[in-house]
Structure formats: C-alpha cells, structure tokens
Design a protein around this ligand. Structure first.
Ligand code: HEM
Length: 427
C-alpha cells in the first residue's frame, strides 16, 4: 500500500497544523478519528512537505525504538513549513537545522553529546539536589499561601518553580529568569497571540525565531554566559557544557549554544505545563484530589498521570533512512514522519478509559517523554520536581476550585496551560 492509498482527508490533516486546535480540544477528536480510521496515513497540507502521521501507541513506540531506520537529523525534527525550511537552509549553508541540539543529532554524535550531561540527570545525582529543590518548592507554596486565596496558578507557581530550578542547575543568576521565561514563551508560543513576540503570526517556530530575533537573543545571552563559565568555572551544568570536549576538541559554539537552549527551554516549559495541567485536572476532579490527599503514596501516580494527561510535547518528526514497509504501508527513504505523543497517550488499545484523569492509573505506560535513543534526558528531574511540589502543596491545600476559565496555549509543537485562575484555601 503506497502513500497515495493512505491520504488523510484534507480537513482532518489541516487540524494537525492548526495551533488553535491544540488549545480547544479539536486535536484530541482528530487523533481519535485517525487512530480509528487512518492510524498511519499521509497528511498533505498547504505549504508543508507531505508527512506520515503515526497516532497509535504501538507504532510510535516501534518507530522511536528503531532510531537507525528513523532518523532525527536528516530533516527538521520539528514540523515546519517549506518557506521556513528554505530560509533556514539558506542561512545554515544547506543544513535544515537552525540549532544542533541532541534532538537534531543521530549516532554516533548523539551519544557523545548526550554523555556530556547524562550523569547530571541520573537519579543518583538528582538525589543530592533534592533538599535544595524542596526549599525552592516550599518557597513557591508559601508565596501561594500568602496570595490571599486566589491566583493564576500558571503564572504564579507553575511557570516560576521549574524555571528557578533549571536556572540554579545551569548556574545562571536569578535576575535572568524573567528574560529566560519570556524567550522560552516566545519560542514555544510563537503561534499564540498572547505569548508570541509579534502577536501570533502564523509562522513556524524557526521562521519567527529568525525574523523576530529570538534566536539572536538566545545566542547573545548564552555566549556571554558560556564565556563567564569558562573564565570562572563552578560546580554547575553551565560549566560542564562550556568546558566540554568532543573527540578531544572544545565543543563548538553552535553546539554549546544549542545545548544551553534545549536545557534552558525544554528544562522548564514542559514541567510547568504538566504542573499546571495537574492542578487544573485536580480542580475539575475533586474525587481524585481527595484520593491523593488521603494517600500521599499516590503522588508519583499523580505525577505520571498529569504528564500523560497534558503531554506537553505534542509531536516530534523522524525521517526514514531507507525504503521500508511499516504498518503495512510503503514508506520511502527520506519520508518525513510525525509522532503524535498526545495521541499515543489517549490510545484506547493501551489505556483503560483514556479520557479520564486518574491519579491511581496503573500501569501508565505513557509516551510523553518519547522512547528509545532520544528518551527525554530530563525525565527524572521533571518527575522529581513535580513530586516535591505536590508533597509540599497538597497537605496544606484545604479547598480548591476554578475561578474563571483556564486556557491552553495555541501551538502545534509544545503546549500547555497558559492561564489557570483558581480560588483556594490553604493552611
Ligand atoms: C527530549 C518531553 C522535561 C531535557 C524530550 C523528548 C520529549 C520530551 C517528548 C523527545 C523524546 C524522543 O524523541 O524520543 C519532556 C516532558 C517533560 C520534559 C513531557 C516534562 C514533563 C525535561 C527537562 C529537561 C529536558 C526537565 C531538563 C533539562 C530534554 C533533552 C532532550 C529531551 C535534553 C533531548 C534528548 C535526546 O535527544 O537525546 N523531552 N521533557 N526535558 N528532553 Fe525532555
């Protein structure tokens, strides 16, 4: 069966590229339809190269497992337009990548670069940071308690706490946090009228990053930061990256800047989204809140379920390295494939009652962190941060309800709650 036999209807395919569909729930209807009717089909939408769309948990798992057959670096690993692709290739001497992060690499480079920081993100090392992170969490909870029983949980807690943690880990000054938050929101919220630098032009991330100077701002910031770490090395991740060697040579400027950017952005926005998504779901499901308050041993389950529920990283792309028959379809070398993690995480074949939020869901084999060679480097940190926040917050939270209409950001790559007004009582 060829790609032409498995074309996804235009109106369905268009939603995959519509940022608003990720904010108002239409994307979940789209995924449900695709899983039932065209689980591995081709989307052909205006201005974007055609791409296969994988929506079933089993297919996404299999593609992620076979990283030699399904590469990250041969084309853009993030969905982009033909216009943005052309612009980036012109700027980057033919390369489709504006950055060279771990996500943009394949073996053998990928493992060498991943090894530079892997030890930092392993549970053994993270345990040594637990108390410092708890102090940060407690301060966030104290501020919430002092806010008079009403707040926007996203702006006041969920965005600030993981940002503070990752900036401490990098060894960046606290005064720089607002700047980093704004840049990250402008990158991931590039299509959202409230978050983007230009008011939500319908342009993909890279095109906006170039046109509106976000990438230059990131580079300006991290160039100075990196030079500072080389001059005055300290015991932090920023110094590890600045002083690292690849094949005996100092890491290049592009690759060091890319490393900082992925850690600084992926390192907080996703955790913020899952944290906000958790509180939103608990406010809407008082029975689940009562369960986890009554039995704190359910907190790790709450963390996993909220990551499944929000799935902040909606998609990544892969490229086939050879002709292959996959899911009974003829995939050609060079074909581009979208992995829809948020669809995998609502797949009825894997999850019992997938549209319900359950803090005691077991097993919970979600794919929100991806799988295989590129499995999220920060997953243990993200889970630990969230666990600690709930351990500090839940015992003090007596009442919780929504205090207005929450909202998700409009974005096709990374999204999550951008507004969560709540009313609460705490002691
Ligand atoms: C990779 C999700 C938190 C750093 C990824 C991937 C996903 C993801 C889906 C790609 C996996 C794949 O392609 O198979 C998430 C979610 C998070 C989170 C949902 C929070 C709930 C973090 C944190 C960091 C981080 C706290 C800290 C620095 C990275 C890095 C990669 C990555 C460096 C690239 C790994 C590689 O390509 O080898 N993450 N992430 N992430 N994540 Fe996370």
């Amino acid at each position: 069966m060829t790609a032409a036999d498995h074309r996804i209807p235009r109106d369905v395919a268009n939603l995959l590229g519509t940022p608003g569909a990720y904010a108002d729930g239409r994307i979940h209807e789209t995924y449900r339809w695709l899983r039932a009717n065209e689980p591995f089909g081709v989307a052909d939408i205006d201005g974007v190269d055609p791409f296969w769309v994988a929506t079933r948990h089993a297919d996404i798992l299999e593609i992620s497992r076979q990283n030699a057959l399904f590469h990250n670096g041969d084309r853009n690993p993030v969905i982009t337009s033909q216009a943005a692709d052309r612009k980036v290739r012109e700027m980057m001497g033919g390369s489709p990548h504006l950055l060279r992060t771990l996500i943009h690499m394949d073996e053998p480079d990928h493992l060498k670069y991943r090894a530079l920081t892997q030890a930092w993100f392993m549970p053994q090392n993270l345990r040594s940071m637990e108390e410092r992170i708890r102090v940060i969490a407690r301060a966030a909870v104290d501020r919430m308690a002092a806010s008079g029983g009403r707040c926007d949980f996203v702006k006041d807690v969920a965005l600030q706490y993981p940002l503070h943690v990752i900036m401490r880990i990098l060894g960046a000054p606290e005064a720089d946090e607002p700047r980093m938050l704004k840049l990250t929101q402008e990158i991931f919220g590039a299509a959202d009228p409230e978050l983007s630098r230009d008011g939500g032009a319908a342009k993909p991330i890279e095109e906006q990053a170039v046109d509106f100077g976000m990438i230059t701002d990131f580079f300006d910031y991290f160039r100075k930061f990196s030079a500072g770490k080389r001059e005055n090395p300290t015991d932090d991740l920023g110094t590890v990256i600045a002083t690292s060697l690849i094949d005996g040579q100092p890491i290049s400027d592009l690759e060091a800047m890319s490393y900082y950017i992925i850690v600084a952005t992926a390192g907080h926005d996703t955790t913020s989204s899952s944290t906000g998504g958790a509180l939103w779901a608990l406010a809407e499901n008082p029975g689940e809140l009562a369960k986890v308050k009554a039995d704190p041993s359910l907190i790790p389950g709450l963390v996993d379920e909220s990551i499944r529920w929000t799935t902040p990283v909606k998609t990544f792309m892969r490229t086939a390295t050879e002709d292959v028959t996959f899911a009974d379809r003829d995939v050609k070398k060079g074909d581009w494939i979208m992995l829809c993690y948020a669809s995998a995480n609502r797949d009825e074949a894997v999850f019992d009652d997938p549209y319900s939020f359950r803090v005691d869901r077991k097993p919970n084999k979600h794919l929100a962190f991806g799988y295989g060679a590129h499995l999220c480097l920060g997953q243990h940190l993200a889970k630990m941060e969230m666990r600690i926040l709930w351990e500090e917050l839940l015992p003090r939270l007596d009442e919780l309800e929504l205090d207005g209409v929450p909202a998700l950001s409009e974005a096709v790559f990374v999204n999550g709650p951008k507004r969560l007004p709540i009313r609460f009582k705490m002691h």
